[in-house]
Design a protein around this ligand. Structure first.
Ligand SMILES: C[S@@+](CC[C@H](N)C(=O)[O-])C[C@H]1O[C@@H](n2cnc3c(N)ncnc32)[C@H](O)[C@@H]1O
Length: 252
């Protein structure tokens, strides 16, 4: 899926050149997507589409609203990863995407490691994290979020650091569609990142690594990931969380 890099302001040309070299993407030629450097941050635009550009913004809009009014530990995602009382697990989000779920968990006080394998998606997320780290409202939250670009299956199989208590997975559902309530941004990304058909291997590696539980987010009516069956599920309006417990989470 072709992507080119462009600076939308003259002063950002050197940064565009550096980014095109580091991601090994062209600055010219036909493409389906354009990764644009703007004064407001890095954004991805689908060319020949009426859809707006996608940028990671933790400081404004939907995520800022969720940070302020999101419902704290009563949220379904909080229950799914085991946030309750003073329990704040160390979570590995192995399918970080645009980092929205990870940000919600970091807002709740969890320490989050993130892995994203698509270099363009990882670049957008890294840019959003960097901007949020310089903003008074979000600096302390993003300080708890660490991003690695790479394939989580490989990285989890050869994990070095502190073992995550909870591993959170939200792979693209192969046939995700409007009816599956896919967030607009990730729908845009589907042609870019594909259907994540190797999700069973991701689940297998996560179950081998997590010390306490694995949580898989699925569209509400989608089947569970092939392999080990979840012990129970939490049902939300458009999503469902399949829970694979290993050990009870406790505070401290
Ligand atoms: C549905 S999106 C995740 C959205 C994310 N939960 C959010 O809140 O923004 C799935 C992402 O997982 C990534 N992914 C899928 N398999 C992966 C793997 N094995 N390693 C790392 N990232 C993976 C895809 O590239 C895609 O960006």
């Amino acid at each position: 899926m072709s992507v080119r890099v462009a600076a939308l302001e003259a002063g950002l040309q050197p940064a565009a050149l550096a980014l095109s070299q580091s991601l090994n993407l062209p600055l010219t030629g036909d493409a389906l997507f354009e990764l644009q450097l703007t004064a407001a941050g890095l954004q991805l635009q689908e060319l020949n589409s009426k859809a707006g550009a996608v940028r990671v913004d933790f400081t404004e809009g939907a995520l800022a609203h969720r940070r302020q009014f999101g419902g704290g530990s009563g949220q379904m995602i909080a229950k799914a990863v085991g946030v309750q009382g003073s329990v704040r697990p160390h979570v590995l989000d192995a399918t970080a995407g645009l980092g929205r779920d990870a940000f919600v968990l970091a807002c709740l006080g969890c320490s989050i490691d993130m892995i994203e394998r698509h270099p363009v998606v990882a670049a957008l997320l890294a840019d959003g994290l960097q901007r949020a780290s310089q903003h008074g409202d979000t600096a302390a939250i993003t300080a708890q979020m660490r991003l690695q670009q790479g394939d989580a299956i490989t990285l989890m199989r050869q994990w070095q650091g502190e073992v995550p208590q909870v591993i959170y997975l939200d792979p693209m559902f192969p046939e995700r569609s409007k009816s599956a309530q896919v967030k607009k941004e990730m729908r845009l990304f589907q042609p870019l990142v594909g259907g994540d058909d190797d999700a069973p291997l991701l689940l297998e590696a996560a179950l081998a690594l997590a010390s306490h539980r694995v949580v898989v987010k699925r569209p509400r009516i989608a089947p569970a990931i092939a392999g080990v069956k979840p012990s129970y599920t939490l049902q939300g309006k458009s999503s469902r969380y399949d829970i694979y417990p290993k050990k009870t989470l406790t505070a401290g």
